[in-house]
Design a protein around this ligand. Structure first.
Ligand code: BEZ
Ligand code: FE
Length: 288
């Protein structure tokens, strides 16, 4: 098109796409282009506003590296990671719902026996909690030999890799379910913490008039060959920010109850939480 106008600009771009691009590329691009063009028209975006956005994206790139992806954080605070996770990981047979992995997972955590503590350093005023439950398949049968990675922040609101004063791999562990599908470990009652807000994501939070806080939670990554991997979090039912999580990742079914452990117990609290995972065979049967 030689004479570009406000009326034909969107067609000019969408019809310029190469004939040989994969159909999925075309589907994604045509829809994204239409939405982006319509958005600019709808809000009558000024040149100065466009430039401000481009500079903001540049700052997001500048602060990103192998350990920090500011673009994922930005997608989190506008609810996009959790939306895509819900679209992609829709439970089909009553599995436990998923939620976001977050940026603080580390592979190869300490491999610990059932019931062991992930607490390598104590904090004043901390409350310890014994977390335990079963991993079941979608027919309610306990699954043994499931690898359960868990991680959480410390009572100062920091994950160990954010805090030089915590031991390496503090508050992380890898457990395996026993022959009854049981997992169990000792942790610290998780506290709310702010997501990193010293970069472009923090600027966006300000623009949105939002705080950076997440409710207290413990992360889980649950894996066994032949089963769909489950990435989820359990929330403390009494924590703040359950109703206004900065990354919109709370689901009612993931809220746990931390109860007093009782006389003679070696932790302050106890929380029981079962997970349901789906075998690959189940999906195969449903597809046939
Ligand atoms: C987290 O839960 O660790 C997390 C999730 C999304 C963004 C930042 C942190
Ligand atoms: Fe977290």
């Amino acid at each position: 098109m030689r004479n570009i106008t406000l009326e034909n600009i969107t067609d000019a771009v969408t019809t310029s796409l190469g004939d040989d691009i994969p159909p999925r590329n075309r589907e994604i691009l045509v829809s994204a282009l239409k939405h982006i063009h319509n958005f600019c028209k709808e809000v009558n975006l000024s040149y100065a506003e466009w430039l401000e956005a481009m500079e903001w994206l540049r700052r997001a790139g500048d602060i990103s590296d192998d350990a920090r992806n500011e673009f994922i954080l930005i997608s989190d605070i506008i609810g996009v990671e959790v939306l895509v996770d819900m679209l992609d990981q829709m439970p089909t047979h009553g599995e436990t719902v998923t939620t976001v992995l977050g940026p603080f997972y580390r592979d190869n955590p300490p491999v610990l026996p059932k019931g062991a503590s992930i607490v390598q350093k104590s904090f004043e005023g901390q409350e310890t909690v014994r977390v335990r439950g079963r991993i079941l398949d979608t027919d309610g049968v306990p699954v043994s030999g499931v690898i359960v990675d868990v991680w959480e922040d410390a009572p100062n609101g920091l994950y160990e890799q954010q805090d030089p004063d915590q031991p390496d791999y503090n508050l992380r562990g890898r457990f395996e379910t026993d022959s009854d599908g049981q997992y169990e470990f000792v942790a610290i009652r998780p506290v709310p913490y702010p997501i990193p807000y010293d970069g472009a994501a923090g600027e966006l939070l300000n623009y949105m008039g939002h705080h950076p806080w997440r409710p207290g939670h413990i992360h889980f990554l649950i894996q066994k060959p032949g089963y769909k991997t489950l990435v989820s979090q359990i929330y403390d039912g009494e924590t703040e920010y359950l109703d206004n999580d900065s990354v919109f990742a709370v689901k009612e079914d993931l809220i746990g109850e931390m109860k007093p452990a009782g006389e003679g117990a070696d932790t302050d609290l106890v929380m029981d939480f079962d997970f349901v995972i789906r075998s690959d065979a189940k999906l195969q049967i449903a597809a046939e």
